[in-house]
Every structure is written in C-alpha cells, then in structure tokens.
Ligand binder design. Structure first.
Ligand code: PLP
Ligand code: ZN
Length: 415
C-alpha cells in the first residue's frame, strides 16, 4: 500500500477512515469521501521542480501526489491519459474582449473526454487491489474511458449506459470490448443498478461521485492548469476556471487538485471555480443559488447528455468548489450551449455540448458582469465534438449539395 495515501475523510461528517476501512462512501451518512494524503511526507520527497522537470507528458507526472503506486503499463493508452493542450485563442479573446483567456481541450484525451483522467487512476487502483471486474454506470464518456483504459491493460469491465446515449459513445464501449448493457431508463437508473450489481457480484465500482478515486484522477486537470498557466503567466487577478457540471465530480476533483497544491505550499492564489449547468439539469446550481448544500433531484432534460443528471452524486462538494473559492454557478440554455459549439469551432476546437457549456457560461458571466474582460479565465472543453455529431450539426447551417460541374458551382456562388 502506498504510504503517501493515508486514508479518507467524509465530506459530510468529517469522520476519518484508514485506507482499508472503507471502499466507496461514508458508511454512516453516505457522504463522499475525500482521499487524505501525507502532505508533509510528499513535501519531503518531492519539490515543484521534480514535477515541472518531469519528461512524462501524462497524468503520471503527478504520481507523487496520487494515491496509487506506479501502475507500470508503459506503452499503453493508460500511460497517455492527461497533459492535454491549453490554448490561448487570440480571435476568441478579441471577440469576447478578454485580455487573458485559455481553453483546455480534453477532447484530446485517448478516448476523447475528461473522463480518461478518472478511469486511468481507477484502473490503476483496481489492479492494486486485484479487482477481477470493474463496473460503471455512465452517460457515455465515463464508460468509454473505463472501457478504453481497461482494454489498454487487459482489465475486465462492465458498462451500464442509458440506451439514449449518443451512438459514438456506445460504439466506443463496444469497440473497446467492454461488456455493455444499455439500460431502458435514465443515467440515474443505470447508476442505482450498477451499485446493486457491484454488491451482488463483488465487482469493483467506478461510479462517479461514489468511488473516491475518480476525483483523484480528475484533480490532475488542476495540476496541469497550475503548470500550464499559473506557473508561467503573469496574472493580476485570480484565475477563473469555468467547467460544466453534471454529477459534480469534475468540479470537485479540480477543487481537490488546487487544495492539494495549497496544502503543499505550491499554489500562490486559489483560482475561482465556476460551475456551469444547463437550465434543464440544474440540481447543483439550484442548491448553490438557494444558499444551501441540500441537493434536490430534478427531472433532467438537456441535450448536453454528459451533464444530464437527475440526482447529482457529488453535489455537496460541487457546491463547495464554488462557495469556498469565491466562484459561482451559472445557468445556460441548450440554445446557448449549441451556439457555444459554433464559437469554439471557429477557433479550431471541436466540443460536444457539455464541453461548449463552459463557453456559454462565460458569455453569460460577461453579460451579467460577474466577469469582466480583465479577469483571467480558463474554459474547460470537457469532451470532443466527435462524440455527438448530431448536436454539432445543430450549431451550423447544412452544406449545399451541388452537381459536380463548374456551371453548378458558379450558379450556386452567384445566388
Ligand atoms: C462527465 C462529463 C461532464 C460532467 O462531469 P461531472 O463530474 O458529472 O460533473 C462534463 N462534460 C463531459 C464531456 C463529461 O463527460
Ligand atoms: Zn460521514
């Protein structure tokens, strides 16, 4: 067992558990567990320079800050998760009147979404504990990431997804060779079934907002923002990180990453974290705006399938990510999300709806004055547009079909 990993602390009651004592959530109240690390020990063994001089261009450059041992698996996609590009698109800065704006493109992950970060770490953990089968419920991307990372290292996996998931995501599951069950119901139905199945069959459950290791994988995005922006740019004001929110585990993971850096004394200024939700799936934003941590289920209806969630499983920590960093929650419409796909596309970034949601949130924040052109902002594009081509086509005009002749071309151009 890794020594830097000392145990868990419940996010609700604060009770601490040893690494072997629990596996998923707090046995007392079902609260999400925060992984506790030995920060003093890490500081003794590792410096900022050790990290920044690493030649490993993946999440594994942060191994000293992760609660797993080196997974080996060199030469596989599991070793390639993370270290996505962070762009500073000049045309988008100009268009929005912003001095400092970055877009971190998670569409560039091996399975084309942010979820690779979590699945790589969970699969590493599964191998450490000798799990025979890993299972997850997914709106599509978490499953695709688990299936891809499992295929990479020969780990058996089972995926439950709603039958309404976009075809590209289902294709990924099948091509990666997972055992796939499409559930005639919602993501939330799939979630509950997965937990029952994992208890009945002894499968190791990756479910988002249930398995504490997913947030540990997701926190690596914060480490990369720190290395790619905070350590190299002059910022007068705190960086504002905009990220879309469904279950609330990405935003919680990013918050955890910044908190880890703060604990180590490696972070000058805590970024402000902004969660963006669709009006049609707004359970966490509703709680934030009502000034409470009580999450009430909604009946989710948004075309951004990756953030379509009735009852978010990481809602409390997700609310805190905004309240504890002077961030906020922002609501956008599906229409604004679709417009965001076109806006990101214009600077060469192809986003699925849940990815362009962060852009829509920034436009709204600029309109309402929550953010000004002087605030440095980083948008997370959480997934590739290739994941959901149908929604992508909604953001643009259809192309004309012409006869293959110069006359036809000329006639079309003269129109
Ligand atoms: C999963 C996902 C999200 C939301 O993450 P949560 O942890 O559920 O809040 C956002 N965008 C994409 C593309 C995703 O796959
Ligand atoms: Zn508890």
């Amino acid at each position: 067992m890794t020594k830097k990993f000392v145990g868990y602390q419940c996010s609700l009651c604060g009770k601490q558990y040893g690494p072997e004592e629990v596996t998923y959530v707090c046995p007392d109240d079902g609260g999400n567990l925060n992984v506790v690390l030995d920060y003093e020990g890490i500081k003794k063994n590792c410096s900022i320079e050790d990290i920044t001089s690493s030649r490993d261009t993946s999440i594994w450059r942060y191994l000293p800050l992760l609660p797993v041992d080196d997974p080996g698996c060199e030469g596989t996609p599991l070793r390639a998760a993370g270290w996505t590009p962070t762009y500073a698109p000049p045309a988008m800065r100009k268009e929005l009147g912003m001095k400092q704006l970055w877009v971190k493109d998670e569409g560039r992950q091996a399975t084309a979404s942010f979820k690779d970060r979590a699945s790589a770490v969970v699969v590493a953990r599964a191998r450490e504990i000798g799990a025979e089968v890993v299972v997850t419920a997914s709106t599509g991307n978490a499953g695709a990431a688990l299936a891809g990372m499992s295929a990479a290292v020969g780990q058996k996996d089972v995926i439950f997804a709603p039958k309404s998931a976009p075809p590209a995501k289902i294709a990924q599951l099948l091509v990666f060779g997972a055992q796939v069950m499409l559930v005639d119901g919602t993501y939330d139905n799939a979630f509950d079934l997965t937990i029952e199945a994992s208890e009945a069959f002894g499968w190791y459950c990756r479910n988002t907002g249930y398995n504490p290791f997913t947030a540990e994988g997701k926190k690596t995005a914060a480490f990369e923002i720190w290395e790619q922006v905070l350590l190299v740019e002059e910022l007068d004001k705190p960086l504002c990180v905009f990220v879309s929110v469904g279950d609330g585990n990405i935003i919680s993971g990013i918050h955890k990453g910044f908190k880890d850096l703060k604990e180590l004394g490696w972070l000058k200024q805590m970024p402000r974290i902004f969660g963006i939700q669709s009006e049609g799936s707004a359970a966490i934003a509703n709680a934030y705006l009502a000034g409470t941590e009580e999450i009430e289920a909604v009946s989710a209806t948004t075309l951004a399938d990756s953030i379509s969630v009735d009852l978010p499983r990481d809602g409390v920590r997700a609310v805190r990510a905004a309240t504890e960093t002077n961030g906020a929650y922002i609501l956008v419409t599906d229409d604004e999300i679709i417009k965001g796909i076109a806006a990101l596309g214009k600077v060469g970034i192809f986003a699925e709806p849940a990815g362009s949601t962060s852009y829509a949130g920034l436009v709204k924040a600029l309109e309402t004055g929550q953010i000004t052109g002087d605030d440095p902002v980083l948008l997370m594009n959480t997934g590739s547009g290739l994941k959901d081509v149908k929604s992508a086509m909604k953001s643009v005009e259809e192309a004309p079909i012409i006869k293959p002749s110069m006359e036809a071309l000329q006639a079309y151009l003269d129109k």
